[in-house]
Design a protein around this ligand. Structure first.
Ligand SMILES: *Cc1c(COP(=O)(O)O)cnc(C)c1O
Length: 369
């Protein structure tokens, strides 16, 4: 049988190098709680990403939940329905009411022009997502936040090493969170991080991710257990050596897709944006049913029959899940663009070692519909 192609394939460090790291962990007999590998990964990642402070987490969702706790966010938070469900779940786990804002069709990010109308006396923050690693309108969002006294936390799970005019996108807003899940551009199997602007904020984050312990006997707050362990950290340190090469290969994959998918009526894809260093985390295409002649779901099934497994990121919209669909802001008439895009999108396979002939095969299937 022909081999199944999945939407992603995790990058792995050379096994021999990882075994050497494991031997060191065995020698140290230190498995978690801010060990040597953990400290080294924080240092190397902050240098690599060009950020001031980073706190490592066991996964991105706990980083999001803790980021909201760090800034004591309450009441209502304006966010996007076009994301992975963890974005809104993090609000729910903090007892915060999500307020969904529509997206804009160019980047699929929150439409900054529509935020102001959603602000109420209960609003305390904005939680946007840099979808597919394309930066939000960070300047406009900052302007609104400053006027209304709101905090901004970016879900930057897709935006590892993305830069805007040579500045890390992670340096915008009050905090940014990353995910290092196996499916992401940079992975530590499971993992995540919060980027913070100053030492005192990092200190608070580090207390909170370790039950709230400030010292042996002082617990400053009801913290959680969200620490990254030494095995994950050692894995991450090895991954970091290869990540530039991986992103370069992803870029070639994206360029090859674009070349092969040009001029197909009713099939659209995203181009590189000006002044942005991209990481090519995903390769979404958008099927315009009327022009293309087939629906997105039909295309998804056709690809699947050929052993090509795309993923409908993001469908269903978060605002259409049972937990959230009863919220006033979840009403479809308030979110026309997000609902439209969710019906059109398929993310095609995207990973560093994706072979050119597979890209060409996918393009041929999409052309001969
Ligand atoms: C992956 C992802 C998360 C969750 O990260 P985990 O590390 O899997 O918990 C959150 N938000 C977005 C946008 C994601 O893609």
């Amino acid at each position: 049988m022909e081999k199944k192609i999945f939407v992603t394939q995790p990058s792995l460090p050379p096994l021999k190098e990882f075994v050497k790291s494991l031997e060191k962990i065995w020698d140290n007999k230190w498995l978690t709680n801010n060990g040597k590998f953990h400290q080294e990964l924080e240092k190397k990642l902050s240098d690599y990403l060009g950020v001031k402070y980073i706190s490592l987490f066991s996964n991105g969702t706990l980083a999001l939940i803790t980021a909201l706790q760090t800034l004591r966010i309450t009441g209502e938070v304006i966010t996007t329905p076009y994301s992975f469900v963890a974005t809104t779940h993090a609000l729910h786990w903090n007892g915060i009411k999500p307020v969904f804002c529509d997206i804009e069709a160019k980047t699929m990010n929150i439409n900054a022009e529509k935020i102001e109308a959603l602000i109420t006396p209960k609003t305390t923050a904005i939680l946007p997502v840099h979808v597919y690693g394309n930066p939000c309108d960070v300047k406009k969002i900052e302007e609104i936040a400053d006027i209304y006294g709101l905090k901004v936390i970016y879900d930057a799970a897709h935006a590892f090493n993305v830069k805007l005019e040579d500045e890390s996108i992670l340096n915008f807003g009050d905090l940014s969170i990353l995910s290092f899940h196996a499916t992401k551009v940079f992975n530590t199997i499971e993992g995540g991080a919060i980027i913070s602007p100053d030492a005192k904020t990092k200190k608070r984050i580090d207390f909170l991710k370790n039950f709230g312990f400030a010292d042996e006997t002082t617990v400053i707050a009801p913290g959680i257990n969200a620490k990254m362990n030494e095995v994950q950290s050692a894995f991450g340190l090895l991954q970091l050596k290869y990540v530039d090469e991986q992103i370069k290969k992803r870029q070639e994959v994206a360029y090859h897709y674009r070349k092969n998918l040009e001029n197909i009526n009713g099939l659209n894809f995203l181009e590189d944006l000006e002044n942005i260093k991209h990481n090519y985390a995903y390769f979404p295409i958008f099927i315009d049913y009327k022009k293309y002649g087939k629906s997105r779901d039909e295309v998804y099934e056709i690809l699947k029959k050929e052993n090509i497994n795309g993923r409908r990121y993001f469908y269903p919209l978060i605002s259409n899940f049972p937990t959230y669909k009863g919220l006033p802001s979840a009403n479809k008439s308030n979110l026309p663009i997000a609902n439209k895009i969710a019906q059109e999108v398929i993310c095609l396979p995207m990973y560093a070692d994706l072979e050119k002939n597979i890209i060409e095969k996918i393009a041929k299937i999409l052309k001969n519909n």
